[in-house]
Design a protein around this ligand. Structure first.
Ligand SMILES: NC(=O)c1ccc[n+]([C@@H]2O[C@H](COP(=O)([O-])OP(=O)(O)OC[C@H]3O[C@@H](n4cnc5c(N)ncnc54)[C@H](OP(=O)(O)O)[C@@H]3O)[C@@H](O)[C@H]2O)c1
Length: 330
């Protein structure tokens, strides 16, 4: 495994982050396709064996049960100092007032709930899952600063939002001497490259670590276009991100297949190698529901695409409407 600093911080993370949205009680929350605790634990153990030290979850994943499963497994299989635990806040955890969003009240409660579920005194990276259009960014940033000063988070990060919003947040934090975001968790893969326009250059110039989610387009880049899986059949958010009738996307997926066949490797390795080489990506957040998914991801770290392969992978892309859950939450 290779390790890299998260943006301009001193924090060392593996070049792969294990996405733990796949691990949670399926009957809880919005992801019916998740693996339960006993099925999930071997994935976390194998990831550690492969040298992955970076784990991403969220308070909302499977109604908090992802954090519980990940916390227990990491306690059983490794030591706290050896891993970098990232979680997120914003999603609605209960109906009614103050059940979600990024107010001071929500952040102060949710960090404690996350720590309890994870069974740890601190998270390494506390991320805002989305922009809260109904809370002043000053309120959110001051609360996050206080979370860090209370020792409950080492760093703070953000996730999918417009570049102008992220730049505003960086500026507001700097103006007030508050802790600044060190990372951006955004949606980047061969089927969605709109982040190359504004967000990726913004991150590069400002030394922000980039940790893309759904780097394999939730499996769309790893198999024939018509083929489905338990997850693709039940993943409601994916239905907003992709369409089986999108001919441009289908051709990109076909190009991944062609290059994978030329190299004699699984398609996932090609699609992930492309995200890994895209500057300034730090570590894609991978999803694994079968053991070989982890091994393919690890192999992708060592697979260097040639310039001509990168051109061929990119040349069929057609600009897409801006998406990635910028305005909605999943
Ligand atoms: N911040 C956000 O808003 C946000 C949003 C989404 C995700 N995330 C984070 O990103 C993480 C990863 O998301 P993701 O699971 O959508 O990522 P992904 O890596 O794009 O998709 C994972 C899926 O791709 C397929 N796959 C993976 N490796 C494969 C291989 N080697 N061969 C064939 N198929 C393979 C599997 O699909 P099947 O299960 O269908 O076989 C797997 O479930 C999440 O766990 C979460 O931590 C964050």
């Amino acid at each position: 495994m290779e390790y890299i600093k998260l943006g301009s911080t001193g924090l060392e993370v593996s070049r792969l982050c294990l996405g733990c949205m796949s691990y949670g009680i399926p009957e809880r929350g919005a992801h019916a396709w998740t693996l339960g605790e006993e099925e999930s634990r071997p994935f976390i153990q194998r990831a550690l064996e492969l040298g992955i030290n970076f784990f991403d979850t969220a308070n909302i994943y499977s109604d908090g049960t992802s954090e519980e499963i990940v916390g227990r497994a990491l306690r059983d299989f490794t030591t706290r100092d050896e891993v970098v635990i990232a979680t997120k806040v914003h999603g609605r955890m209960r109906p009614g007032p103050n059940g979600g969003g990024l107010s001071r009240k929500v952040i102060m409660s949710e960090i404690d709930h996350s720590l309890k579920r994870l069974g740890t005194d601190y998270v390494d990276l506390y991320q805002i899952h989305r922009w809260d259009h109904e809370t002043p960014i000053e309120e959110t940033l001051e609360a996050l600063h206080d979370v860090v000063k209370a020792g409950k988070a080492r760093y703070i990060g953000a996730s999918s939002m417009y570049a102008w919003q992220f730049m505003t947040a960086l500026h507001v934090a700097e103006r007030n001497n508050w802790t600044k975001f060190v990372s951006m968790q955004n949606y980047v893969n061969l089927l969605y490259r709109e982040e190359e326009r504004e967000m990726l250059p913004l991150c590069e110039v400002n030394g922000i670590g980039v940790i893309p989610w759904s780097p394999l387009a939730r499996g769309r880049l790893t198999r024939d276009w018509e083929v489905s899986s338990v997850r693709s059949d039940t993943d409601e958010f994916a239905k907003q991100l992709y369409s089986r009738t999108d001919e441009a996307d289908r051709l990109v997926a076909l190009r991944v297949k062609e290059i994978a066949e030329e190299r004699g490797v699984p398609r996932a390795q090609i699609a992930l190698a492309w995200v890994l080489q895209k500057k300034p990506v730090t570590a894609p957040i991978i999803g694994a529901t079968q053991m070989h998914h982890l091994d393919d991801a690890a192999a992708a770290v060592n697979l260097k695409l040639s310039d001509s392969e990168i051109i061929r992978l990119e040349e069929l892309y057609v600009p897409h409407p801006v998406t990635g859950g910028l305005n909605n939450f999943k």
